[in-house]
Design a protein around this ligand. Structure first.
Ligand code: 1PZ
Length: 216
């Protein structure tokens, strides 16, 4: 069943989107590739089992909000994370103190995905240095506790922690990635992770520069 859902899917292609995100000058983070990368991650997550649908539903909702902007009359303002921030701040489209007039600004929506990207980075880094005996649930929980959990209320932390126990083991996880042998998975992660890290860093700097890291 697992393999059926992931036909023609490889985590390699997903991570390649995060490389394409960076464009030519490595300065702007391009929205369409960013969202495409996220859609691939959602696909991957869904193939891990229905227990993760509560996670992917939220990610999908956020991707859809952003696609809505990309399909609107303001489409060109959302070509990159940088242009989005400049546009939404100048047009006062961001709720800075409390969610009210602009509950689904692009800035706050991307911030949630950005924080989740940090979790992914920490998790894949652990996977990269893991051995055949390592437990995916432990790696996942530790990565979560170091990142995303700090932004989640108790009930979500609790639910997430329970769901992590249902993660497939390392071998099954590698199978779902559809990249090849575990050596090939390791090589792929070594090659791709620097791009994910760079996308994260550039976004983090952009948000820090504009004081947007705590958007409600
Ligand atoms: C590999 C297994 C997947 C583990 C995923 C680890 C992350 C667990 C997060 C659980 C949160 C799901 C419920 C949604 C919570 C939302 O309240 C928050 C804040 O959004 P707001 O309420 O402010 O609008 N949403 C998020 O924090 C975004 C969560 C996205 C999760 C994507 C996970 C990455 C998947 C990669 C798969 C390899």
């Amino acid at each position: 069943k697992m393999t059926e859902a992931v036909e023609n899917f490889s985590l390699k292609d997903v991570l390649a989107d995060f490389k394409s995100c960076l464009g030519n000058d490595n300065q702007a983070v391009l929205m369409d590739y960013y969202l495409s990368g996220w859609k691939g991650l959602v696909k991957f997550m869904n193939s891990l089992g229905t227990i993760f649908t509560f996670v992917s539903k939220d990610a999908v909702a956020k991707i859809q909000i952003m696609e809505g902007y990309r399909n609107s009359a303001e489409s060109d303002k959302y070509i990159s994370l940088q242009s989005m921030v400049a546009y939404e701040l100048a047009a006062k489209l961001v709720d800075l103190e409390k969610r009210s007039d602009h509950p689904n600004s692009g800035c706050r929506t991307i911030l949630r995905l950005h924080r989740a990207l940090r979790w992914l980075q920490l998790f894949l880094d652990r996977l990269k240095t893991s051995t055949a005996e390592s437990k995916t649930s432990t790696m996942c929980t530790n990565a979560y506790n170091e990142s995303l959990s700090n932004y989640h209320p108790w009930i979500i932390r609790k639910t997430a922690t329970v769901a992590f126990c249902a993660l497939p083991n390392r071998d099954a996880f590698f199978d779902v990635m559809n990249v090849g042998t575990s050596d090939e998975v390791m090589a792929m992660l070594n090659e791709a992770m620097p791009y994910v890290a760079e996308v994260y860093e550039i976004t983090q700097q952009l948000y820090a520069q504009h004081n947007l890291l705590d958007l409600p």
